[in-house]
Design a protein. Structure first.
Length: 147
């Protein structure tokens, strides 16, 4: 599975840890930056990752900023991207089971590195339930398509 990762300066250190964690588990990881703790703007990393996902160049994405809010808002502007801001194992699981999210957004200031790794693992290993949840996703897709 090809997974994109991205972070701003506030999420840089935890992105690096998550990237290594994913690589050790055998995932192909594409790093969209940032590559330092120098101050930068989160859309510069979330939008390229989201565009690559929308084009089918990635299967999933993981974005980290201070709270995860900016990353999730900006990524969700790209058609076909469903970024979920998660702070617990339960929200990470629900984001996949009920919402079929393809981007996991997390806040560097909200969770420890270990908590984030656990959320990533839960999110990646949880399937979409479909059923009544598919009906809801279809309504979102319809709005996204301008209908």
């Amino acid at each position: 599975m090809k997974i994109g990762v991205g972070a701003d300066h506030r999420g840089f250190k935890k992105k690096e840890a998550i990237k290594k964690f994913l690589q050790e588990k055998g995932y192909e990881v594409i790093d969209f930056g940032t590559h330092s703790e120098e101050s930068c703007d989160y859309p510069d990393f979330s939008l390229p990752l989201a565009r690559a996902l929308s084009k089918g160049e990635l299967e999933k994405g993981i974005l980290i900023c201070n709270t995860g809010i900016g990353m999730s808002i900006s990524a969700n502007k790209v058609k076909g991207v469903y970024a979920a801001l998660c702070t617990t194992l339960e929200t990470a699981e629900s984001a996949r089971r009920h919402n079929n999210s393809n981007v996991l957004a997390m806040g560097a200031s909200l969770n420890t590195e270990d908590e984030m790794k656990n959320m990533v693992e839960k999110w990646l290993n949880t399937d979409f339930d479909g059923g009544r949840h598919q009906r809801r996703i279809e309504k979102i897709i319809k709005e996204e398509q301008g209908n």
